[in-house]
Design a protein around this ligand. Structure first.
Ligand SMILES: NC(=O)c1ccc[n+]([C@@H]2O[C@H](COP(=O)([O-])OP(=O)(O)OC[C@H]3O[C@@H](n4cnc5c(N)ncnc54)[C@H](O)[C@@H]3O)[C@@H](O)[C@H]2O)c1
Length: 358
């Protein structure tokens, strides 16, 4: 292991950046936190003070010009991800970009193109891939424990968790979409990742907006502006069919009349199945003519794969990336098609690349 330290900068010093990125990167030996940028200078200054650094910017271009950074976290609203990531990459900086990679596939592709030109690395902040349970489940999948996986289900349903009416989250131009692009990007990614990002064939689905004007206490889970824009869906449901004939169904909601919030991924295979519900992993199979349940004994005190250490290792030691920019384009292509299907109230086919025989 090298003794090199990577010069780290943060762009977008909001709630996710502080909770997730800075607190984790600053624990690593190979990271030196040198600079923070936020268009809201108060947010940037608060983080800088907490971590005892002096370099604060309100313009990311200035920061990238002056600070000779090796790595940045991009934690701004979604519509800014592509411009900032492309600018950072073309200035020689590795990028850890929050999910979604961008607001649509074309924007996400711009990031992949800039990455390829620059030779730098991009990781998408798909933190749910890094839980111990998901790392274990992926290992079971990779050794063929489940046989042929013909179906999977995923969902994240909140009873009261709209991320604040009138914030950028509920404004389509700034977020790219509603719950699908917020919670869906996290939990639809899991079965897609487990199934090896198979080639999609068709998608069908629906979006609903039933809680935008709710006055029920707490339904707007986070603080917001009651006068602000709410032009995205609060619920998204759908089904994807793949060329290999597997299917994935999904359900996401920021608000719904359910007993309590839940997250789930279920795997249906010919030799085994899995359920990952509210963070708990169980496997199902059969042995000696009997159905069996397996509960992996996962030690919560041991981190099997740390997102931040992993990206640092990818940069310093060429570790293979676990959440790539290409994965981000794949996801945004699915989401683009999902919105088309929901808007047209009809299934949408994915166009496949023509096979050219030479
Ligand atoms: N992985 C996760 O679990 C997770 C959780 C929450 C949010 N997120 C993602 O993180 C990103 C940020 O979400 P959040 O909840 O922290 O939002 P937030 O609104 O709390 O923070 C966004 C910050 O970006 C700043 N900003 C806006 N324009 C800027 C610009 N041009 N330059 C620099 N800073 C700018 C804002 O002032 C604000 O401080 C989003 O992409 C979101 O989807 C991921």
């Amino acid at each position: 292991m090298t003794n090199e330290k990577l010069r780290y900068g943060l762009i977008g010093a909001g709630s996710n950046a502080v909770k997730k990125h800075v607190s984790n990167y600053t624990k690593l030996d190979h990271i030196e936190f040198v600079s923070v940028c936020d268009i809201n200078i108060e947010n940037a200054t608060k983080v800088a003070r907490k971590y005892n650094i002096e370099s604060v910017y309100s313009d990311y271009r200035e920061m990238l010009k002056h600070e000779k950074l090796d790595i940045v976290s991009i934690c701004t609203p979604n519509h800014l991800h592509a411009d900032i990531a492309v600018y950072a990459l073309l200035n020689g900086v590795n990028v850890h970009c929050e999910k979604p990679l961008a607001i649509n596939a074309a924007e996400a592709q711009r990031i992949v193109d800039a990455k390829n030109i620059s030779g730098k690395k991009v990781m998408v902040g798909l933190n749910n891939r890094f839980t111990n349970e998901m790392v274990k489940l992926k290992q079971y999948i990779d050794v063929g424990f489940f046989g042929d996986i013909y179906h999977a289900k995923a969902g994240w349903k909140r009873r009261s968790g709209i991320p604040g009416r009138g914030t950028w989250f509920t404004n389509q131009a700034l977020s790219g979409g509603g719950v699908m692009i917020d919670l869906g990007v996290h939990f639809l990614d899991l079965p897609l990742f487990l199934l090896g990002l198979p080639e999609p064939s068709y998608i069908t689905g629906a979006t609903y907006q039933n809680f935008a004007n709710t006055t029920t206490r707490n339904r707007n889970g986070y603080k917001g502006n009651p006068e602000g824009i709410f032009n995205v869906e609060d619920t998204a449901v759908g089904l994807i069919g793949f060329k290999n004939e597997a299917t994935i169904s999904f359900e996401f909601s920021w608000a719904s009349n359910i007993e309590k919030d839940e997250t789930f991924v279920e795997i249906f295979g010919t030799r085994g199945g899995a359920s990952y519900k509210n963070g708990e992993l169980k496997l199902f199979s059969e042995h000696f003519d009997t159905c069996i349940d397996i509960i992996p004994d996962i030690n919560p005190n041991i981190t099997l794969k740390n997102e931040f250490k992993h990206f640092t290792n990818c940069i310093l030691n060429e570790e293979i990336l676990y959440a790539t920019a290409e994965d981000g384009v794949y996801m945004m292509n699915i989401i683009d098609h999902f919105y088309k299907a929901a808007d047209s109230k009809a299934p949408v086919l994915f166009e496949h690349k023509a096979v050219v025989n030479v």
